[in-house]
Design a binder for this molecule. Structure first.
Ligand code: URA
Length: 487
């Protein structure tokens, strides 16, 4: 709002900062409860100055606002549009007489709200993906500084993401309007900075470049799509961006080399089933934010996963199954032939053994969540058959993204590692499973991981007495899991 307009407004509301949502909310509540019309209010940001008198809340007055509005307004509030304070008040004003307004997708105000939210979410997504820290100092003095230029006021909103991601580092993110500083214990939001305040180069540059060279897939190169995902504006602050022109230029030859190295085509029945699935799912980029806040959304996001090359020959992503508030998560190795075709974990021969023993132990499979360390079937074609092939450490690591997200959303009390691959995925190191079976290892984040064998181990034993004995041992392990679930 221009100063002249502001001076003419009947009520002038001062906000402490561009992101002072609580100040806006308090003022908006008082004004709406006093029936102050949107056109009578002037909003402005003036840190530290006095608030002009606002009417107080009439005794007993209540403002009924849908919770959805508050959440959505808080997101849109981060947009850089200077008219957002007045716009959000107008929405609030309308909601009093049109409580269903936010469900009317054709309404221009509803559309504007949605566009603003989307822009803020997209900007946050870019921040998660493109902040690059540079090291300064050594030993006790070591800390990391990053320069980032967001389009909107998103630093406060996203600072916690970086605290969770880089808890063990001391870091500062500088942007033109605000900075976030984490000293290892405390997060502080401070004033904006200039690009020159951030260091330009350090040893991690080379690491970023190597990483980018490795994840770059020449066969999937779509320059326009790539620039949409990684707009040129971000390139100048990305160490790896200097490689982009060179990689684009060499992409054609690299793609041909890659095709020459492709594995043998899988069996025909697989191709038929795969054809049913893949066209429906756009590949999802390996970003740091899948936008999923429920297991259903996460499962959907996983359908286009291309984090490692296993998607190419598998029919579909086989995601975990079970209640989203399960107390325990069982983690297997990877889907087998039947799971790959059915799109469900543990439905083939190993799944049948697993189900029967769970049943004998009194564990209801419907009440537990069952998933795999690796979500795509890895196999070697042999004639018409597809023979299971063990996932390697890189594939397990690439898929940890999904496992970690499953655990973060379900928050189980206990994890059960079925075999060595699951243990590697959950604990990040190789575990001698037969030696340590029946034991619980507590991770640094407090998650208890129960170690046992994979049920397919029982299937592979030929000698009947030995097979029975192994089944008994696994049954004992499952009874212990049941006891731990109840504890
Ligand atoms: N083996 C596994 O580890 N997972 C399955 O889903 C099936 C077999």
């Amino acid at each position: 709002m221009q100063p002249a307009e502001l001076n003419l407004a009947r009520y002038r509301v001062r906000l402490d900062s561009e992101t002072d949502f609580s100040g806006w909310r308090d003022a908006a509540r008082r004004l709406a409860l006093n029936d102050v019309r949107p056109e009578d209010i002037g909003w402005h940001v003036a840190p530290g100055s006095d608030q002009a008198d606002l009417p107080s809340v009439p005794v007993g007055a209540q403002l009924a606002v849908p919770r959805e509005f508050i959440d959505r307004a808080e997101t849109a509030f981060c947009h850089s549009d200077p008219g957002r304070f007045a716009f959000l008040y107008r929405l609030l004003w309308r909601l009093r007489s049109e409580p269903k307004l936010l469900a009317i997708a054709s309404d221009p105000d509803t559309r504007r709200l949605e566009t603003m939210e989307k822009a803020v979410r997209r900007d946050s997504h870019k921040m998660h993906a493109f902040v690059r820290f540079r090291k300064i100092g050594d030993g006790d003095e070591e800390r990391y500084v990053a320069w980032f230029e967001p389009d909107h006021f998103i630093v406060e909103r996203n600072a916690d993401f970086f605290v969770r991601r880089f808890t063990g580092m001391r870091w500062t993110i500088l942007t033109p309007y605000a900075s976030a500083d984490w000293d290892g214990e405390r997060l502080a939001i401070g004033p904006g900075a200039a690009k020159g305040d951030a260091p330009a180069q350090d040893d991690t540059e080379a690491l970023w470049r190597t990483y980018f060279e490795n994840i770059f897939n020449p066969a999937r190169l779509k320059v326009k799509a790539m620039q949409k995902e990684m707009p040129k504006k971000y390139w100048r602050n990305l160490p790896e961006a200097s490689l982009i022109p060179e990689l684009i230029a060499g992409a054609d030859k690299a793609a041909k080399d890659m095709i020459a190295r492709m594995p043998t085509a899988p069996a025909p029945h697989h191709a038929k089933v795969q054809a049913k699935h893949w066209p429906k799912h756009e590949p999802t980029e390996a970003t740091d934010d899948d936008g999923a806040s429920t297991i259903t959304e996460l499962r959907e996001a996983s359908k286009g996963c291309h984090r490692c090359p296993l998607w190419r020959d598998a029919t579909q992503t086989v995601f975990g199954e079970g209640p989203d508030n399960a107390k325990v998560i069982f983690v297997g190795e990877q889907p087998g032939d039947q799971e790959d075709l059915a799109g469900k974990p543990f439905v083939g021969p190993a799944g049948k053994v697993f189900d029967a023993i769970l049943d004998d132990a009194g564990v209801d499979r419907q009440k537990v969540y069952v998933t795999n360390a690796v979500k795509h079937f890895k196999f070697e074609p042999r004639g018409k058959r597809r023979i299971h092939s063990k996932p390697n450490a890189g594939e397990v690591q690439a898929c940890r993204w999904w496992i970690d997200r499953e655990f973060a959303l379900i928050k189980p009390e206990l994890a059960v590692a079925l075999g060595a691959t699951a243990a590697l995925s959950l604990l990040g190191k190789t575990i001698p499973v037969t030696k340590m079976r029946g034991q619980v290892i507590e991770r640094e984040d407090g998650l208890r991981v129960f170690i046992t064998i994979h049920p397919s181990f029982i299937l592979r034993i030929q000698e009947p007495a030995e097979k029975d004995a192994e089944r008994e041992r696994f049954l004992r392990d499952m009874k212990e899991v049941k006891r731990l679930m109840a504890a």
